[in-house]
Design a protein around this ligand. Structure first.
Ligand code: KG4
Ligand code: ZN
Length: 379
């Protein structure tokens, strides 16, 4: 099955073409082509992701990316060009200024591609951003008469490990750690998921970014905080700060990072000057608190659910210390651990293509279905 996947849930506009076979039992995924535009530099100026800005940028970027993705399609084919119901396409895209006209120009002058299924993220994410991708996908589905199925972004992060061949044994557990999410998911088989724990307030990446901001490190500050923490560990000294490990002992699999962030704020307020030395001590203790909690809860979940495999996804896995500790945890429990490749750790369309492929075995894809953006979509 040839799949076109579209992702616009946050601040990356991403498209991918992939080929998938083997179904839910033995999925084999081949990535054919990807295009991605990150809005991070635009959002940096605001110190965070603004939904209205994200929406505008997605609308501006989708057709240029589509042109690149299909740059090998024949152009200006008199017979090949799609017959377009322009009024209907414009109606579907009426809330995305400029997108309707740009898309119509493209499809009128290009062949219909050889695609069997279109899939798009319908949630969770920022709703104004999600809508752009959904409306774009619906318009393409209508124009090319290709079935469309919505996909779950969090399922995407889990299945992103499947672009490489993996020894997958079920039940598996996924730990998803990003700027927007912190969840532990029990995977009984592909397509069958249950969230067993989540953050009750801030996500891990969000806590990193907020702590960074308190120390005047620009958004997104996670990577720099982790660099400072690494440098601190190399000094081999004890941190002058002692932070709490929120919810580390609770009997559930939930997390809380808001209290940890607040504790950082109080400690920093006591300091006369937040110099580089203070930043290193704080980053080191903060990262250790995060790791202690993540490892404790994940380890408990592995035992309780008798997991055979651990999958870790989300932007925070760029953090080597967290990675190392999770790898060690898997080793101690004699189970496999899988991380997506570096490019597929952050938001991308490849993972949405795989999630959409799986979804197509659970529900029937149709041409231009009604799809709703669901900001808080769960499994
Ligand atoms: O998954 P992602 O790209 O975006 C979403 O939130 O969906 O994750 C980005 C998050 C940001 O909060 C960023 O600060 C954090 O991942 N991050 C890190 C590191 N690299 C990125 N956090 C800690 N250590 C890192 N090395
Ligand atoms: Zn994500």
């Amino acid at each position: 099955m040839k799949i076109l996947a579209i992702e616009t849930s946050c601040d990356e506009t991403a498209l991918a073409i992939l080929e998938a076979e083997g179904g839910l039992e033995n999925p084999q995924i081949k990535v054919r082509k990807t295009e991605l535009f990150s809005q991070i530099d635009i959002h940096k100026e605001f110190g965070g992701v603004f939904p209205a800005v994200a929406k505008r940028e997605h609308a501006k970027t989708l057709v240029p990316l589509l042109m690149k993705l299909f740059s090998d399609l024949g152009e200006n084919l008199e017979d090949g060009a799609s017959v377009v119901d322009e009024a209907e396409v414009k109606r579907i895209l009426e809330r995305e200024p400029g997108l309707g006209d740009a898309l119509i120009d493209f499809v009128k002058t290009h062949e219909k591609p050889d695609i069997d299924l279109i899939t798009v993220t319908s949630g969770p994410g920022l709703e104004p951003a999600l809508w752009v991708g959904i409306n774009f996908a619906r318009a393409l589905s209508l124009i090319w008469n290709i079935p469309l199925i919505p996909a779950n972004h969090m399922e995407g992060h889990i299945v992103s490990v499947l672009t490489e061949s993996r020894d997958m044994q079920f039940p598996a557990l996924a730990l998803l750690i990003s700027g927007g999410h912190t969840e532990i998911v029990n995977i009984k088989s592909w397509g069958d998921y249950e969230v067993i724990g989540r953050t009750v307030d801030d996500a891990v990446g969000e806590a990193y970014d907020k702590v960074a901001r308190m120390m005047d490190i620009p958004y997104p500050g996670g990577p720099e905080v982790s660099q400072k923490a690494k440098a601190f560990r190399e000094q081999n000294t004890e941190s002058q700060f002692k932070l709490p490990r929120p919810m580390i002992g609770t009997p559930d699999f939930n997390f809380s990072f808001s209290g940890l962030k607040t504790a950082v704020l109080y400690e920093l307020k006591k300091c006369e000057l937040i110099d580089d030395n203070i930043k290193h001590h704080m980053a080191g203790e903060f990262e250790q608190a995060v790791v202690d909690v993540l490892i404790k809860k994940t380890g408990k979940a592995i035992k309780e659910f008798d997991a055979k495999t651990l999958i870790v996804g989300g932007g925070v896995i760029a953090n080597n210390y967290i990675r190392e500790n999770l790898t060690k945890l898997a080793g101690e429990n004699n189970i496999q651990v899988h991380f997506p490749t570096h490019e597929l750790s952050t938001d991308n369309a490849v993972m949405i293509g795989i999630a959409g492929y799986f979804k197509s075995f659970k529900e029937t894809a149709t041409v231009c279905p009604e799809v709703k953006a669901e900001g808080n979509l769960s499994f």
